[in-house]
Design a binder for this molecule. Structure first.
Ligand code: FAD
Ligand code: NAP
Ligand code: SF4
Length: 681
């Protein structure tokens, strides 16, 4: 093991017998939407090759079905015939040319399939698909095992270094293992011994098909987080039997997709589940891979050094930064563009059938279409506003060769991210600010903080073009009593530290209304961050995760404590509150607030605010919310007072982020728009 690095465990090679992996970093399987394209998989190839250039030890593709029944959705990626072998060759060749290694994940969706051909051990509909699966016949079970083996053989023909058999997350194999989804009475159902016949038959058939010199990773559901899931003893038994059946590596699966416990969202503490993998250490002799919410080298190194695992799997961090491993190797960790686990541009896109990208790296998954070229003519560019849009634009424009000055009225960079980072569970937004700070230094941007720039100054400075990234103002609403002393805006609370009483009404239930509620429920200690150990314990207790592993599925009743405040969240429209929040995270925010007693009121008509509180009608019925404070989170309007005066002086002006359009603005659009303008000027 090398001592010349701060990450000796992470960067140590891993011997697998016939092959040596160059480090302990596995790029975990993640569907990005490029797998399902027709013809040669050139875009997928470019995406993976870029990560291979960044020195990842082993890449695992997103799930590829072994047959049509196993598709996650109609015409999803599949590998079962020669034409598909040819399509995948582009991927393996590109990765190997870049010096990497790649395994293909074989995923059979079972009852999670979103199409009418779905099959499962038993005809039980899942809560996350509209389609009731057909029960596999006994011959059908045999054909499915054969399909896994054929798929693995085809993967080998296509040049992959191995396969990962997806045995977790509630997909087909997991459905055979769990009594709740396997009600069969033949040899493939019944007691645990019979229910695990299917995964073991799959592993054996795959090993027989590919021979000894081929990596087989088995993704083992170590913590189902489902009622009636496997007990820990059963998990250990299966791990041992999978090893005997011929697997080379065991990877960790945490939680079925239908589980109502967050496993990868921002509010899940870093490396929150690696102790589960650690419990399997010593029970099997295969290398163990651990995963979930590991996004920086120090966290990964700590996990490996503690002995919990032999390898770290990360998926989203490689969307955020393809050079993650290289930067760790070269002691450039402060240059890592860290995944902040927001899911906004990756999983939320996939769930809407859109191609993945990344909030902090909009170039991800667009490697063949969005190229950044050095400038042919250096220009003097002013960027006004150092929020996400301005930071993205200024750093990329400077990296292309422009001379860039960034003006910011506040004493620090970050814009609204300085409020977002105060929300419990969004602490990792700090990483994005750290990343941009370092990029400003590396690209030589001249930064003028505490400098509210005026049109005259900009015109006089002789900039050839000005990019306005001045963000937003909170929306003022027309309501009698809106100037009452009990009224606050979210900016007063999150930036101005305005005092807030014990009973609160929030007007507006968008992302910021939800965040303000979460902030107030944790007490307003402001930058006093919770101790990481306490945060982990609180997370496990709040979400009912049994860390003793004494109970099936790893679940226990969630803890209930009296909330710090009485909060009522109001919106004018009908329907559930927070409907516009991310598909993969909205339910988490709603569940967390409801558990803490937050009352959610749709169909509100606000009448007035006075000493008694907020007067309103709810679904037509009059009510008074007797509160200490009313907090306005009623959306935002663009801040662009510089725009017309600059245009009147003949200056070339571009608008980005909130300064351009405030409606439905988020950091994803702000950063992407900043990068787009920077790549075109
Ligand atoms: P801003 O971030 O508003 O930055 C504008 C900057 O311009 C400010 O720093 C301002 O001081 C500066 N400025 C204005 N006028 C001048 C001038 N004349 N001279 C110099 N400087 C000037 N988005 C997400 O995608 N995901 C989230 O989870 C999320 N959570 C959030 C939580 C909270 C509590 C808040 C408040 C916002 C959250 N957002 C989130 C929204 C996100 O922060 C914004 O969409 C994003 O910051 C908009 O970026 P921007 O660069 O357009 O504007
Ligand atoms: P928002 O999502 O547009 O929500 C604004 C809220 O104010 C809505 O509930 C709206 O609901 C209400 N509203 C609008 N006009 C009003 C008026 N005149 N009077 C009273 N109520 C009014 O905006 P936001 O919460 O300010 O968030 C800003 C952006 O930041 C969002 O686009 C969001 O994507 C982003 N953000 C994202 C996250 C995240 O976790 N992903 C978190 C925070 C912020 P009604 O019209 O029904 O009353
Ligand atoms: Fe990570 Fe968010 Fe990027 Fe997804 S979109 S990779 S969660 S930073």
């Amino acid at each position: 093991m090398s001592n010349a690095t701060a990450y000796p465990h992470l960067l140590a090679p891993l011997e697998l017998g016939h092959v040596t992996l160059k480090n302990r970093v596995l790029m975990g399987s993640m569907h990005v939407g490029l797998e399902d394209q027709k013809g040669p998989l050139k875009k997928l190839a470019a995406y993976f090759a870029r990560r291979a250039e960044g020195d990842v030890g082993l890449i695992v593709t997103g799930g590829i079905a072994p047959n049509r029944e196993g598709w996650t959705k109609p015409f999803a990626g599949k590998l079962s015939n020669r034409v598909e072998v040819w399509q995948h060759r582009y991927v393996t060749d590109a990765v190997h040319e870049a010096g990497g290694r790649i395994a293909m994940q074989i995923l059979h969706a079972g009852r999670y399939a979103y199409h009418p051909l779905a099959v499962a051990p038993s005809p039980l509909k899942s809560p996350i698909s509209l389609f009731r699966p057909r029960a596999l016949s006994r011959r059908g079970v045999g054909r499915t095992i054969q399909a896994f083996a054929t798929c693995a053989r085809r993967a080998q023909e296509a040049g992959y270094d191995g396969v990962e058999i997806m045995g977790s997350e509630g997909y087909l194999i997991n459905q055979f293992i769990a009594a709740r989804t396997n009600k069969r009475t033949d040899e493939w159902g019944g007691d645990y011994e019979h229910r695990i016949r299917f995964p073991l038959a799959v592993v054996r058939a795959v090993r027989d098909a590919v021979g000894p010199d081929f990596i087989i990773i088995y993704r083992l559901s170590m913590l189902d987080l489902m009622e009636g899931g496997s007990s820990w003893d059963e998990v250990v038994t299966l791990g041992k039997r999978v090893e005997e059946a011929g697997a080379s590596i065991l990877n960790t699966g945490i939680g079925w997709h239908e589980a109502r416990v967050p496993t990868i969202a921002t509010m899940v503490p870093p490396a929150a589940f690696t102790w589960v993998t650690g419990r399997l250490k010593g029970e099997v002799s295969l290398p163990l891979v651990t995963s979930n919410r590991i996004n920086m080298p120090d966290v990964a190194e700590r996990v490996l050094a503690s002995g919990d695992a032999d390898m770290i799997s990360m998926a989203r961090p490689f969307l955020a930064d393809p050079d993650w491993v290289l930067k760790a190797k070269q002691d450039r960790v402060d240059e890592i563009n860290t995944c902040i686990a927001c899911n906004q541009a990756c999983l939320d896109h996939i769930f809407r059938n859109r191609r993945c990208s990344c909030l902090v790296n909009p170039l991800a998954c667009h490697e063949t279409e969005w190229k950044i070229y050095p400038v042919t003519r250096r220009r003097d560019v002013a960027v006004v506003g150092a929020g996400p849009a301005g930071l993205s634009c200024a750093t990329l424009a400077a990296s292309r060769g422009h001379r860039v000055t960034l003006y910011e009225a506040a004493p620090a960079i970050g814009g609204q991210f300085n409020m977002a980072r105060r929300i419990p569970g969004k602490e990792e937004f700090d990483h994005t600010l750290r990343y941009f700070q370092r990029q400003l230094e590396l690209t030589g941007v001249t930064v003028k903080l505490g400098h509210r720039v005026t049109p005259d100054e900009l015109a006089a400075a002789g900039h050839e073009l000005v990019v306005l990234a001045t963000g937003v103002h909170p929306r003022r609403i027309e309501l009698p009593g809106v100037d009452h002393e009990m009224v606050r805006t979210y900016v007063d609370v999150l930036q101005g530290d305005a005092p807030v009483g014990a009973r609160v009404a929030i007007i507006g239930a968008g992302g910021i209304g939800f965040d303000v509620a979460e902030y107030l429920l944790h007490g307003t200690g402001h930058d006093a961050r919770e101790d990481p150990e306490r945060a982990r314990d609180r997370f496990f207790a709040d979400w009912g995760i049994d860390t003793t592993l004494a109970r099936r599925g790893g679940l226990q009743p969630p803890r209930r404590e009296p909330p710090a405040r009485e909060i009522t969240l109001c919106q004018r429209s009908a329907g559930k509150l927070g409907a516009g929040l991310g598909k993969t995270t909205g339910w988490i925010h709603r569940t967390a607030l409801k558990r803490q007693g937050v009352v959610m009121l749709p169909e509100c008509r606000y009448e007035r605010i006075d000493d008694r509180g907020l007067h309103l009608t709810v679904g037509g019925a009059p009510q008074v919310l007797e509160v200490d404070n009313v907090i306005l989170c009623a959306g935002q309007v663009p801040r662009r007072e510089l725009h017309e005066p600059l245009r009147a002086r003949g200056v070339e002006v571009h608008l980005i982020g909130g300064a351009d359009v405030a409606a439905e603005l988020d950091a994803k659009r702000a950063i992407a728009q900043g990068a787009r303008v920077a790549s075109e000027i």
